[in-house]
Design a protein around this ligand. Sequence first.
Ligand code: ATP
Length: 363
Amino acid sequence: MVKSPGSSKSSKAAKTPKRRTHRITLIPGDGIGPEVSAAVVSIVEAAGRATGAAFEWHRYAAGAEAFETTGEYIPKALYDSIEENRVALKGPVTTPVGGGFASINVALRQKFELFANFRPVKSLPGLKTIYPDIDLIIVRENMEDLYAGLEHVVVPGVVQALKIITEKGSTRIAKFAFDYARRQGRKKVHAIHKANIMKLSDGLFLRCCQTVAEGFPEVEYREHIVDNTCMQLVMNPYQYDILLTENLYGDILSDLCSAFVGGLGLVPGANLGTECAIFEAVHGSAPDIAGKNLANPTALLQSAVLMLHHIGESETAARVQDALEQVYREGRTLTRDVGGTSGTREFAEAVLRAMETPVKAQA
Ligand code: ATP
């Protein structure tokens, strides 16, 4: 039952809005997480009130904060909640660098087999960025590669990290990307690799992509080496449509691509599996601006929009997205990362006001 955003099921639901309650596991996270989550919850609830949708948020801490109170980095109750609700909205959770506990994000993706990381990178109206009208999708394999977390000390001074690439994992992420392209009428898929050096691992990934591509003759299939892709993206991002990547390359290219649309404060993401889905922004916990009312909640808000589509709340999703775009078009209440002077709360209030008094976008 993997559904990616924009699936046809959700648009059917939009035509017959009726009162229903959605149970959603909420992980506010740490760093800027609590601030952006509070903003997003208030906006989603307001949109739901207008469309007849209600939300029950089941809140859980994760990471260092959870460890202090429960002795577990991911409490069992949190696992149970995601298993039961099947949908979670997640703020960033800090992963200690070079030691400490393992990444909570990676652990959740592994536990619930969230094999597809879907990251749309799309320009917002009115925002001056290095490139206008960007509309790219990053489809990133989410469970394998160097992120399998298999590292060990061979002898003191020598460490080995294992890059795991499987036929099963590569085929299913390629299938996800091509299915999405077919469903949404996207034209091109580029598989990103370094198979000239990692001949076996990236070679296997490419062979799987090639085999899947054969079943989708209407979608153009190309292959680019990852380092060249970085240069090509900066020179001309419009040559790409869907970037299909292994885990590590997808992580790096996501941050790079976010710069085209205004930075990490803007780009949303969905972790999709066969049973559950966790929606979270591309950005991390941004400790440099945490607790200062400076964070841009747009990335998590657009992740919530993906979530609303996923649960069949397309009308509610459109209400949020329209209000968000109105605030960007007007450009008066933007956060500092995109050239404004407003805080997280003021931005959220502007989105709420825009929902009350929508202005039709000029063609
Ligand atoms: P991770 O590896 O955990 O994903 P990261 O290394 O990409 O994290 P972030 O925590 O995302 O790092 O922050 C990178 C930079 O982007 C920081 O300077 C941070 O302030 C900025 N940033 C990230 N998210 C936002 C946001 N929502 N609003 C404004 N600035 C942000």
